[in-house]
Structure formats: C-alpha cells, structure tokens
Design a protein around this ligand. Sequence first.
Ligand code: AMP
Ligand code: GLY
Length: 430
Amino acid sequence: MKVLIVGAGGREHALAWRLRKSPSLSQLWVAGGNAGTAAIATNLPVNPEDVEAVASEAGALRADLVVVGPEVPLALGLVDRLSSLGIPAFGPSAAAAQLESSKSFALEVMREAGVPSPWFRVFHDQSEALAFIDGHAGPLVVKADGLAAGKGVFLCAAREEAAAAVRACMSQGVFGAAGEAVVLEEMLEGPEVSVFAFSDGEHISSLAAACDYKRLLDGDQGPNTGGMGSYAPPLFWDSALAGKISRTVMQPVIQTLAVRGIPYRGVLYAGIMLTKEGPKVLEFNCRLGDPEAQVILPLLEGDPLELMLACAQGRLAQTPVRWRDQPHVGVVITSGGYPGTYQTGLEITGLEQAVADTHVFHAGTRLVPGEGRAKVVTSGGRVLTVVGWGDSLEQARAAAYRRAQGISFQRAYYRRDIATAGVARTRPSA
Ligand code: AMP
Ligand code: GLY
C-alpha cells in the first residue's frame, strides 16, 4: 500500500518511522517532511496547509491512504476533500475536527455527552465578558475560542488579569479571528495527562496516555511552548483510570458526534486534569500530540497501517489495539530563543552516534548540500525529540539524556528534568 503523510514535525517523523514497520507498506511519501523523514520516505515540496495541493498530489500518486498529522489541514477540510476524491484518509472531517478548532463547540459537545469538564461561559461581546468577570470571585481561565497555536490560554488569578486577557482577544485582536469569541472557564488543579483513542466513528480502541511538559524551563517554569518533553506511560496510569476515562469521556463524545451525524474518525486526544473530583477534560485535539506521538507510537503493537485503514473504513471493532507498557521518555531539543525568535540554518552534529535504546525524531531540520554529503541544519523552533527507553522510567530517561548530550548545534537547549520522579508524579496546573 502507498501512503502519504501530511506534516513536517516530530510527530510526522514518528508516524513515518512507525508506518515503515508495517508489512503492508510499499511506498511512503511525506507532504512537507524534514531531514529525518527524508531518510525513510520521500519528502514532497507540498505545503501541508494547502488542501488543494495535498489532495491533488494524493490523487496523482494514487495513494491508498493519507495520514494527516497536524490540526490545521484537518480544520481546513483536507479529509472532506480527499473523501470527495475517493481517497481514504486517517483523520476527522472538518466538522468533527471542530472539537479542536472551536473550544465552544467542544464544550457544547461535552455538555451534551455529559463529559466532566470545568464550568464555562462563551462570550461574543466584550462588555458582557467584562461584566461577568466583575461579578466573579476567584481565579478564571480565559481562552480565545479559535485555533491560537497553544498561546490563547490565560490562567488568571486576579480579575484585572482576566479583564486584560479578554481585551487582548476581543479588542486588541492579538489572536485575530480566533479571539472574536472568548471562553471563561473554571480553573482546575491536579496532574495533567494526554489521553489518546483511535476511533472509526462508532467504536474506540483501548487508550494510550502520556505526560507532556509544556513549560520552557525546568520545574515547569517560564512560558508555554508546543511541548518540551514527554513520557509514557504515566506513573499513575492503570487499567482502572483508563477504563474510567474510556467510559466517561471518550465513548460518550464519539457517540454524541455519531448521533449528530458527524462521525469522528482518526485519533482523538483528550487533555485531562485529574482533579479531586475525578478526571475532567480541559480540551480535545483532533490528532496525535507532539511530543506525545514520539513516546506512544513506539508502544503501539501490531500493524499501524491496518489500524489506520480500519479507522477510515469503520472496521475498528474487528481490529484490536494493544499498547506495550515499556517506559519511553522524549526530550525535545530546541533552538535557543524558542518560543520567541531564534536563528535557523545551524549545522547539527552528533546525529549518527549510536546509543543503545534511543532513537532521534526530527522536527525543525532540513538537509542542505555539504562537502561530499548533505548536512543537517536547523529549520525551526523545536528541532529534535530524542527518545530513550528501558525497563524503568529512570533507565529510559538516562538513555534519552545520554543521546541528547552527544548532539549539538549553536544555542541548542533542552530541559534537564523531563520524567524526573517529582515532576512526573505531580504536575502544577499551569
Ligand atoms: P491548552 O492550550 O488548551 O492546551 O491549555 C494550555 C494549558 O493551560 C493546559 O495544558 C493546562 O495546563 C492549562 N489549562 C487550560 N485550561 C485550564 C483550566 N480550566 N484549569 C487549569 N488549567 C488549565
Ligand atoms: N503536546 C501538546 C499538543 O500536541 O497539543
């Protein structure tokens, strides 16, 4: 089978790496891609966010399956376009992807499905939002309603902060159209976990879980980022918790969307906070997480291509999904300055060194011609995810850091505390 992956990050390199192990795969292309995917697939110079270009490429290649990595092409309707051309795709339709692209849609679906979540109010009018804040005591979370690349969430302890966040969204236009509506939400506390289920629109798979480290600096300090590291499975993850989240979150949401006539096919990602009153959903994403994919795809047993086709074709009930539980730790190496401005084009050295029980997934990298052979240089903020594994979390972590130490480029930066016991067990809510 011929497969086209869409996207250019660490998640897409991990998808390509995992799909390469499928016995049914014959050819693999990546629309976008990076220096890592170039080594195991054919990169195509197609913008992953250009729906028409990706769809016509998929048609020209006669792809048997298109696997969509990031949220933007899903929200723009890539899967709808492919299905109108008769090309199977792994990922939800634009209507179902609103679970991620519209926070208010997600909250309404959760209310209808009876999924535990923080209380919230949606506002389209700034003065009404400000009046609500005036009349409210206690902390609040302010969220821009649309896609804001992870930056549209403000944890506000005080009223003035919440009011400033509302103004930034609604009158200062900091997030453009994504901030025309805002959600004001209860602030929750507890450890956070990213939970994943495959779905064919009706059935869901057994769940996988990972912890993601969003803040830039050790000890969960500094600004939010796309993700600085991850580990799986979480220390607190067990079959009782998985069963509870499956029954109270994943199944009801999939059923509600099916009843609404917009079946969800692909992988559903719930960002969950384990509060004293039980698991509550902070957000849904319509794709695998990055850097969560880099630590959970190695745990997926069986043929990934068969699984993704089963999701696309409504055959998941006949396709059992099993996850291994060997500890995996992912450390993200970033360009100095990220998530602010940073330099690109810097040569990366040490990528070829062999370190047992490790693997390097590329994100912001590209190949440039060098003397004799091509060089790998940086091309983005998050550059690499170094994954280590072992019999214990400690061993997995040590392996990942051993490998990371041998890789260098100017101003390379990574957190030193990914999956350390203290941080791994209890994560602050911000
Ligand atoms: P998001 O961009 O929606 O993933 O949110 C970014 C981060 O903000 C989450 O990972 C949480 O740590 C935090 N967050 C979002 N909503 C809440 C909430 N209602 N209570 C506490 N923390 C939250
Ligand atoms: N690591 C968080 C995300 O992919 O949204």
